[in-house]
Write a new protein. Structure first.
Lengths: 179, 179
C-alpha cells in the first residue's frame, strides 16, 4: 500500500533534525528561544594529547532526568519531549520514562507550559502534558500500555508542517495559551 | 594573610556542585525546577559490545551555544551562567563567550530572567544580565577587559550562603523580580 506523498514519516529527516531546524528558524526570526539539551553523557576517561584538543576515550550514555527541549516564548517557560513511533495503530507509552512524566508534572505545577510532540501515523501531533498524564495514569492503574490512533486524533493537535518552519508547534501553542 | 573562615572559595566544593545541590533543594521543596544542562559533546565513535551498554570511544567537548542552567520559577523562564575566578582584584570578561552574551540578550528580549552567578573574592554574587552587558560593551569598545572588585560590589547582589540551600539565589530573584 502506497502512502500519500504528504506523509510526514516518508521525508527521510528525523524528528529531531526537523525540530532543530524549526527552533533555529524561531531563533533567527526572534520568535522564541528554544534549544535541545545536549545528550547526557557520563565521562569516564579523557586523553589530553599535547597541542591538540582533549579526546574523550570512554563515556556512556546516561538517562536524562528531564525532557529534551526547553526555552522561552513570550516570557513563558516552554518544556517538551519529542517521540516517534513506527506503529500504524497506536503510540506505545514505553516511549516515556517515569522521571520524564514527573518532570513534566513539576513544570506544570510551577506555571510552565509542557507538552509532547508525537510523530506517528504520518503526522506530527502536539499533546498537552495534562492529556498525556491521563493516558499514563490509565496504564499505571492496569489499563492499556499505549494510546490508540483514534485517541491521539481526538485529544491532540495536528501541527502544521511546512518548509520553514518545518514543524510549526508555536502556532499550536499560540492558539492554546496566548490568545 | 589568612582569610576569614566564611570565605566561600575556601570550602573545597566547586561552584557547580554547590549549584547542583541548591537546585536539587529547590526541586525537593517544590520551589523551582532548574537544571544544569549536560556538557555538550561531539560523539565520533561508539562501540556496541554484545550484552552490555554502548561505549563512546571517541568524542570531543563542544562549546555550548547557550548558558548552563535554565528552568522555571513561578511561571517565569530562568536562565543563567555560573563562573568563578581566583583573582583577588577583578573578574576577567574572557570567562564569557560572545554567543553566551547574545543568548542572554535573546532571553531578556523574550521576557525571560537572565543573570550570571559569580564566585569571586570569597563571595558569590548575582549580576543581572543587563549589568553584565554594560561591562561587556565597555570591553568591546576598547575599555578594560575585566570587572573590578569594586564594580562588582556596587552592581551585583550578594547571594546568601548556607547549608541548605547552599547558594540561595532564588532569594535574590524574589527581591528583584517577584515582590
Ligand atoms: Mg528524548
Ligand atoms: Mg559554562
Amino acid at each position: 500500500k502506497r502512502e500519500a506523498k504528504e506523509s510526514y514519516s516518508n521525508r527521510g529527516m528525523t524528528l529531531e533534525e526537523d525540530l532543530n531546524e524549526t527552533n533555529q528558524f524561531y531563533l533567527n526570526r526572534a520568535i522564541a528561544v528554544i534549544h535541545k539539551k545536549p545528550t547526557p553523557v557520563q565521562i569516564v576517561n579523557v586523553d589530553f594529547p599535547k597541542r591538540s584538543a582533549a579526546v574523550i576515550r570512554e563515556a556512556y550514555f546516561k538517562q536524562s532526568s528531564t525532557t529534551d527541549y526547553n526555552g522561552v516564548y513570550k516570557g513563558k517557560y516552554i518544556d517538551f519531549e519529542a517521540k516517534e513511533t513506527q506503529s500504524d495503530t497506536s503510540f506505545p507509552l514505553k516511549n516515556f520514562h517515569e522521571h520524564q512524566i514527573s518532570h513534566m508534572k513539576m513544570v506544570i505545577d510551577h506555571g510552565g507550559i509542557s507538552f509532547v510532540i508525537l510523530s506517528a501515523f504520518g503526522s506530527v501531533y502536539l499533546m498537552e502534558a495534562a492529556v498525556l498524564f491521563e493516558f499514563w495514569e490509565r496504564k499505571e492503574s492496569g489499563g492499556r500500555k499505549s494510546i490508540s490512533k483514534k485517541e491521539i486524533e481526538a485529544s491532540s493537535h495536528l501541527i502544521p508542517l511546512g518548509y520553514q518552519p518545518r514543524i510549526d508547534y508555536i502556532k499550536v501553542l499560540e492558539k492554546l495559551y496566548f490568545h
